[in-house]
Design a protein around this ligand. Structure first.
Ligand SMILES: Nc1ncnc2c1ncn2[C@@H]1O[C@H](COP(=O)(O)OP(=O)(O)OP(=O)(O)O)[C@@H](O)[C@H]1O
Ligand SMILES: [Mg+2]
Length: 323
């Protein structure tokens, strides 16, 4: 979700590289992919693995752009394996998508980007393997995961595997400093170091902390960064919960997604901070803990984050009105 901040656009999207050679680091991956792209018709299925926020989805989108050109969206299907838990949905989408043949590409196939492939059960992966075989003539898959070891071996053996490294500190920090310069935001070197430490090399998280520090505090200092990433996190959740306590569900939900978007938080992070915030607000009783535990578990099982968090907030809002 987009939110208006300093520039009106989230920096993670604004600065997402459009070409492989513009990516930060990942030299080996970029070199081999560039080599593959010199003969796109012979491109195999791809499997990208590595820690969060280091360029996997970005690279997949660069490939789509580079092989299909301008109208790449028409030839690219982006699916999220954990959103679409039912493999049947994946199957029918792939089927519909690969059946349709556009006129404006010379390539005989379409690209299907399947994010979070390692969230699929092994049964679903077995079904996916069949889908890949059945649609082989007209599709190439780019599977994305955090751990390639969680992908069943018959799929691994059908793909060219690319391991994305955690971004080195120097590249990470110098990239952030270039963005500060472009955005004309003042920054301290030690603040960038702090961002690297907190985000553990996850550039999405890093850019989001950078942007919120710039937009909330007007500059990027180590203190602002620590504040926004630590204490500020609980305070942010607290605002969300206060709207819920006052019975304003719509407002609570809006704040929640805005807050998650700016800081790049995951659903499980949010539930953890909710626990602390509710304790501070003296609202933590056994029934509330039960609710948090239930939703934490659902997220862990891979349920849709937007839906689950919306439902969690609705439940909390109702519980507060009853107490
Ligand atoms: N190597 C990189 N070069 C340039 N920008 C990057 C790189 N990695 C991440 N980014 C920035 O971080 C954002 C998130 O990156 P991306 O979506 O590619 O991460 P990911 O590896 O797919 O993460 P996840 O595993 O969480 O899906 C991008 O929009 C981009 O701005
Ligand atoms: Mg991704």
């Amino acid at each position: 979700m987009k939110m208006s901040t300093v520039s009106g656009l989230m920096w993670v999207e604004k600065y997402r590289p459009k070409r492989l050679e513009d990516m930060v680091d990942q030299r080996e991956v970029v070199e081999s992919l560039t080599h593959l792209l010199s003969r796109p018709a012979e491109m195999p299925h791809l499997l990208f693995s590595g820690p969060p926020g280091n360029g996997k989805t970005t690279a997949a989108l660069c490939i789509a752009r580079q092989i299909f050109g301008e109208g790449w969206r028409e030839f690219t299907l982006e699916l999220n394996a954990s959103d679409e838990r039912g493999i049947n949905i994946v199957r029918s989408k792939v089927k519909t998508f690969s059946r349709f043949r556009g006129m404006s590409t010379e390539l005989p196939f379409r690209l299907i980007i399947l994010d979070e492939a390692d969230m699929m059960t092994s049964e679903a992966q077995t079904a996916l393997r069949r889908i890949m075989e059945q649609s082989a003539e007209r599709t190439r898959f780019c599977l994305i995961c955090n751990y390639s070891s969680r992908i069943i071996s018959p799929i691994q053996s059908r793909c060219a595997i690319f391991k994305f490294r955690p971004l080195p500190r120097e590249d990470f920090e110098s990239y952030l400093s270039r963005i500060c310069e472009k955005e004309e935001v003042a920054f301290d070197e030690d603040a960038l170091e702090e961002i690297y430490r907190i985000s553990r090399g996850d550039l999405r998280k890093g850019l989001n902390i950078l942007q919120s520090s710039a937009s909330v505090r007007g500059s990027v200092t180590a203190e602002a960064v620590r504040d926004l990433a630590g204490v500020g996190l609980v305070a942010g959740v607290r605002e969300v919960l206060e709207s819920a306590v006052s019975g304003n569900y719509i407002e609570a939900r809006r704040r929640l997604f805005e807050y998650m978007g700016t800081l790049g938080l995951s659903g499980t992070d949010v539930i953890r901070f909710m626990m602390t915030a509710l304790e501070e607000m003296d609202r933590l009783d056994s029934s509330i803990v039960d609710v948090l535990a239930e939703y934490d578990f659902r997220l862990l099982e891979g349920a849709n984050e937007d839906i689950q968090l919306s439902a969690l907030l609705a439940k909390l809002t109702a519980a507060f009105q009853g107490s």
